[in-house]
Design a binder for this molecule. Sequence first.
Ligand code: FE
Ligand code: FE
Ligand code: ZN
Length: 275
Amino acid sequence: MKIGCHLSIAKGYEAMLVVAESIGANTFQFFTRNPRGGKAKAIDPKDLETFKEQLESGEWGTLVAHAPYTLNLCSKTVETREFGRTMFLDDMNRLMNFPPLYYNFHPGSHTGQGVETGIKQIVEALNDMPLANFPGWVLLEAMSGKGSEVGSRFEELAAIIDGVEHNERLGVLMDTCHVYSAGYDIMNDLNGVLDEFDRTVGLDRLKAIHLNDSLTPFDSHKDRHAKLGEGSMNAEGLLRFVSHPVISSLPMILETPNELPGYKEEIAWVRQKGE
Ligand code: FE
Ligand code: FE
Ligand code: ZN
């Protein structure tokens, strides 16, 4: 099982490997820059070299680099869309020097333009990105559908992927809190949801998991993460989810409201009960 959590990049890349190991993680996620966006810190080439060496010498699952939340490729405001494209392109260029990893982003919020226009603008932006040269995969995160978020329906994710020319390495990251809040009942009908995902997007595109419980009820279209077993989902259902044969081999990233000791406990709990 490849499981870890979101980690701070503040002390550099190699430092994240050390922290991950100390909490029993064998994968993790980090923000490519300040989560609210803006200029990314310069990469220390020595740090990157050591990081790569250590990654290769260990049994690490594929890491997840998360784009800033403010990145919105389908805002009605042209400057916001442009800013999103600039950050996306800059992130991709930086990650070109990394071992193949997952670059995950929130598809965007159409801010009143309608889902169709939103999808069209996301597709246009992705078609302008160097997807064909990217060593890893770019992942669309399945969203809860709060506000005007695009990508809370599997059909919307499929429409984006279908519209992109170089979609060979375009995939989906399923966030358990988001899909449950979006109205996909992965607690009581996991096989039904996975079948629907397969019919629309295709299970071969499902690449990674954000493992979170939800503070708000099923189908609430909210995005409030809870600790595992402490939200509206439940411990047994989450363990069933992680041990499902379609899911169990994917990297799982906790984004629960925890500090490192809490993450360490959750990782141990999932490993012990879910393997
Ligand atoms: Fe996210
Ligand atoms: Fe998430
Ligand atoms: Zn979320």
